[in-house]
Design a protein around this ligand. Structure first.
Ligand code: ZN
Length: 289
């Protein structure tokens, strides 16, 4: 339904100005944020693709992973939603007193996914790729990324836009699938690795063991199975979070923006139904003798 057309119709009838003004205000509030943020593109590689450290991976179908909720589109969208939530749904200080994130603020970063090096799709010129693919033959690690090359302590990038700064390697991650009993846990194995590698590119290192955090595990997203973190692999199926200290570093390196109020789709539907009812009543009133 075209809301602006409805709005015009209502105003043309000379009625419903207050409701129309409310609708305009709502649409203005929900306008997309300017395309000016850093964007990380989760590149589900569509062909053999090599990252800046020379690790090559090819397309992964996830056919053997045991996901029951849907096919590859479901998996890609779920990974994107999970990684985005790790960075953009972090509890703020009014929700969690230990959080370094002020209420009303979020990291100035966006996430999209692609199927090939096709750009971010959202107009942001400042974008970087994280490859997600099957290394075959196996290279022996879950993923890799540069340290601070996308955002370092100075808040700047040391590599050009469009750089493939790392890889999430599905053939190694699939070796942990026996630890996962459902789609959520399978997703945590995969998206947790991507969020971890992206964290490296944003300046985060491995923590020395457990670290206070708001997630499901005593270990943070940046923990690793090797020294110094010594995280058991069973923790990887949990929905881990950045530690409060790690998130402070992300704030320092990326910066913050205001959280944009985004009405739910149901809000649009209610507004539209209200306008339709108003237009109908106006029409009916004119038919009165
Ligand atoms: Zn790491």
């Amino acid at each position: 339904m075209n809301l602006s057309k409805l709005y015009t119709q209502v105003l043309a009838r000379g009625r419903g100005a207050a409701l129309g003004a409310a609708l305009v205000a709502s649409v203005a509030l929900s306008a997309p944020q300017p395309a000016q943020a850093l964007t990380i593109v989760l590149n589900f590689v569509n062909a053999t693709t090599t990252d800046r450290f020379g690790v090559t991976s090819g397309p992964e179908s996830f056919a053997s992973w045991g996901f029951t909720g849907g096919g590859i589109d479901y998996i890609r969208n779920a990974v994107l939603a999970s990684v985005r939530a790790d960075y953009l749904n972090y509890p703020n200080a009014s929700q969690d007193p230990l959080s370094p994130l002020p209420a009303g603020k979020e990291l100035n970063i966006n996430f999209t996914f692609s199927n090939g090096v096709t750009g971010p799709g959202n107009g942001d010129p400042d974008f970087f790729y994280m490859n997600i693919g099957d290394a075959s033959p196996n290279v022996g690690f879950l993923g890799q990324a540069c340290l601070g090359c996308v955002r370092g302590p100075s808040g700047t990038s040391s590599v050009p836009a469009g750089t493939i700064f790392g890889s999430t390697l599905t053939d190694t991650i699939s070796g942990l699938l026996s630890l996962a009993g459902n789609d959520t846990q399978r997703l945590n194995l995969l998206a947790g690795t991507s969020a971890h590698e992206i964290g490296h590119a944003l300046g985060l290192e491995h923590p020395p063991g457990q670290a206070p955090n708001p997630g499901q595990s005593l270990w943070s997203i940046m923990a690793t199975g090797a020294s110094p973190s010594l995280m058991p692999n069973a923790e990887r199926v949990k929905d881990r979070a950045f530690s409060y200290g790690e998130f402070q570093t992300l704030i320092n390196n990326i910066g913050l923006r205001d959280v944009a109020p985004i009405p739910e789709p149901s809000t649009y539907l209610l507004l539209a139904l209200g306008l339709v009812a108003l237009a109908w009543r106006t029409q009916a009133a004119r038919r009165q003798p």
